[in-house]
Design a protein around this ligand. Structure first.
Ligand SMILES: C[S@@+](CC[C@H](N)C(=O)[O-])C[C@H]1O[C@@H](n2cnc3c(N)ncnc32)[C@H](O)[C@@H]1O
Length: 289
């Protein structure tokens, strides 16, 4: 599908950061239609709507990188299923957007899945999924995670009963400032139940390329956090790295990389602790306390 109109003449496709959830849901909807899909999300098309499809189409035209969202989704699916097998009793999905894992994954009914996002997004999701049944116990809460008082109050209220919690921040950190990510990183470490954290990191070069190619479309949802020191950012603040997966490397393994790009697989991987300014790199990271 192509976007017929120039965003220069018709304004921007992304009106605020909640639209980025529609964007990634549209990529999940497309993946779900493939015969060899890496996951099946039967709700993604409904949730992303036309807004999401138009953004995804523009991004795909300019960046050809829908595989990053698809592979990230699959890697985090696997982290969730591993965690459940290992006895985690709570998943805390911060900025869950239009993620539907509580509905589409086979999860134990006793698992408590808590998800947050901004109020407008939570209200859209509540309406679009009314009548659907989650496989586990699901709590959805509207919280602005950049408001430290609101965030702390949310943690105090909702993390009381968890014994072993897995936190997910998928596609969130890049929209926060370095200071906000530092605060969140420290705060999560103070929550005794939080034992594992699944997140994604992009390098400065990936951030710059997205800003350049999407131009004013990202003006209402600018990306900030893209540490040149990669996972060392979290290690310095007290977390331990359990696993790092380059999205590119994983996508090569899953057969999701278009041909010319596949040749880059012959080059050595970036050091995830020293990505630097110029190397394009994005990865899914699993941290533990
Ligand atoms: C790229 S989307 C990712 C959504 C979801 N995690 C996924 O992978 O489908 C980024 C999400 O971060 C949310 N977000 C951004 N800033 C936020 C904030 N300050 N508080 C809560 N959510 C926020 C947006 O509303 C959006 O849903």
């Amino acid at each position: 599908m192509t976007v017929q109109t120039s965003t220069q003449t018709h304004g921007t496709l992304i009106t605020d950061v909640t639209d980025t959830a529609r964007w990634v849901a549209a990529h999940r909807a497309q993946e779900s239609e493939r015969a060899d899909a890496l996951f099946h999300d039967p709700f993604a098309a409904r949730l992303s709507g036309e807004v999401g499809r138009n953004i995804a189409s523009l991004v795909q035209q300019r960046n050809r990188n829908s595989w990053t969202v698809v592979v990230r989704t699959r890697l985090i699916d696997d982290i969730v299923l591993d965690g459940v097998k290992q006895g985690f009793d709570c998943v805390l999905n911060l900025a869950a957007g239009l993620d539907t894992r509580p509905y589409r994954l086979a999860l134990p009914p006793s698992l408590h899945w808590i998800e947050t996002d901004l109020p407008a997004l939570v209200s859209h999701k509540d309406q679009a999924l009314a009548g659907e049944t989650a496989s586990c116990r699901l709590t959805r809460v509207a919280v602005d995670l950049s408001d430290s008082a609101a965030r702390s109050a949310f943690f105090a209220e909702h993390m009381r009963s968890a014994k072993r919690a897995l936190v997910i921040t998928e596609g969130l950190l890049c929209y926060l400032t370095n200071n906000a990510v530092s605060d969140l990183t420290r705060e999560l470490l103070q929550l005794a139940a939080v034992q594992r954290w699944a997140l994604d990191v992009i390098s400065p070069a990936v951030k710059n390329k997205l800003h350049k190619s999407l131009d004013k479309n990202l003006a209402s949802a600018p990306m900030h956090f893209a540490p040149a020191e990669g996972v060392a950012f979290f290690e310095k603040l007290g977390w331990k790295v359990e696993r790092v997966e380059s999205l590119f490397r994983a996508a090569v393994g899953f057969g999701r990389i278009p041909l010319p790009l596949r040749l880059l697989a012959y080059l050595p991987d970036a050091n995830p602790r020293k990505i630097g300014q110029r190397q394009p790199w994005a990865g899914v990271v699993q941290l533990h306390r």
